[in-house]
Write a protein that binds this ligand. Sequence first.
Ligand code: M6R
Length: 607
Amino acid sequence: MCGIFGFIGNRNAAPILLEGLRRLEYRGYDSTGIAVHNSTIQTYKRVGKVSELQEILPDVIEGHKGIAHTRWATHGGVTNENAHPHIDTNNRLAIVHNGILDNARGLREKLQSKGVNLISETDSEVLAHMISIGINSGQSPEDAVRHTLNRVTGTWGLCVLFEDHDLLICASNGSPLIIGQGDGENFVSSDPHALTPHTQNIFFLEDGDIATVTIDKIQISRQDGRTSSTGMTILEKEWGESDLGEFPHYMIKEIHEQPEALRRCISGRLDYPNGSAKMSGLRVSPVDLRNAPHVRLIGCGTALNACKIGALAIEELARITALSHVASEFRYNDPVINTKAFHLAVSQSGETADTLSAVKEIKLKGGTVHGIINVVGSTIARKCGQGVYIHSGPEQAVASTKAFTNMVAALLMFAIKIGRTRSFTTERGRVLIDEFNKIPNLMDEYLQNSGPIDEAVGLLKDAKCVLFLGRGLSMPVASEGALKLMEVAYIPCLSYPAGEMKHGPIALLEEGSPVVVIAPNDKHKQKTIASMHECKARGAKIILIHEEGDDEISLEADVSIAIPSCDNLLTPLLTVIPTQLIAYKTALVLGCDVDRPRNLAKSVTVE
Ligand code: M6R
């Protein structure tokens, strides 16, 4: 989604801005631009990739400060005019903005009635003109931004470059913005990942902060003029960009990183002696865990699928009601929040606006939330103030893979932990912990010999629609498999509980329709076999993901992909991997851009 990068220092700004944009590319975008200040502001922007922007740039752009942007269209189509930076009428300032201004339409009309000629269809452009009006009436850059922001509603990560002032003004509200402190130079970004080559000393602006950034100073205050309490944080080293190494794409690289990522996630957390899990980031006593009336898990997309697995596991192991919620629906359904309940917000990026708004809703109603987050220091992590990092490392492909398995692992560890306070014995816990420890090696084992994925791709690549079926813990795995194939190969996919298929989706089946079935050797298997028969009777081709050695079910399939056998509770950590490989390879066969699927963003920072 939209990304911001800014620089002020003594070096040439343009190459630094372009490198910053390149590091923001993984978030997904459709147009890009930079503005550099020399004696005047020079702006270059265009639809397409950063490499395409570079094509229109002069060989050398002089200037030691500038701002840059990757845009993911919300207000107005994908055009050169709508790309950022936006400038005011006299080219005295340029702005880049992430987020959405809710009252933009009224503000546009007001500006137009004053004779301002708006060049773009965006909400953001109004900011340039409003700040400019403030400057023209004698306000300082900071006051002009402050007064402008007092008149807009919505969300912003904003960075402003001025012709006549040697500074950048930044502001944040509901959309992340981070200032990186260098040595005689400073940086701005919407994503800590883009700052790691330059500095680890960063300031995460809080909602309502405004920062004045010069070559050697970062001054942060509140939008209402009070002092801000925002302090410096040291960014973890692991957030540097990883390169592709031997892999052709990040998606396949990250699929193969899962065993190592999982080792990091469970390291020091699996507590064999107590048959439990140690999760020190959870600020809750065993008594409060035991007495919680229910657990709610909230997320979007892949994180939501992880939540569904977590809810089933928590309910099964701890005998406590556990519900998963679609984050984008949560706040708007006016949920009743029980202040004793346990809430978990799950997110890879920690920046997803829908999940963040659910967190705010819970806190507003007096509840507490723990984060299950990948990106250290991200907005949701900070907002929750407590929780567990999943330690997947940077995930750069838009399609989430290694974050999914680590989210599931973290939630399963939580299920064991809460289960131990409420229902099952140390002995049962030890068996689970023992089995858990084996999973990274089993993942390695599977990835070394992933089975007939290409045969599955052969059945899927020309499909009009693909049905994914599973029961119990395998149902969210089916949903995750469907999401992945849809995202990267653009094939319409439906995921259904296998037993529900006969109540509707069966109507889609015709000769040759591919159906992907996730069926480990658990209590649901016999029923799933019955569902497979119903599909086969209508001519469907079955791609089955099952446990190795389970001939009873594998003989029923057209293509059968075996994962190593493991404890039933842990099967999602393995059964999902073939679905990831299927999605990746199908996308490749269809010539899709696997790492940057169309229309998608890695980090969805608008509601
Ligand atoms: O960063 P988050 O985990 O909060 O992101 C949530 C979804 O946007 C994300 O999982 C999305 O569905 C991915 N593209 C899935 O591959």
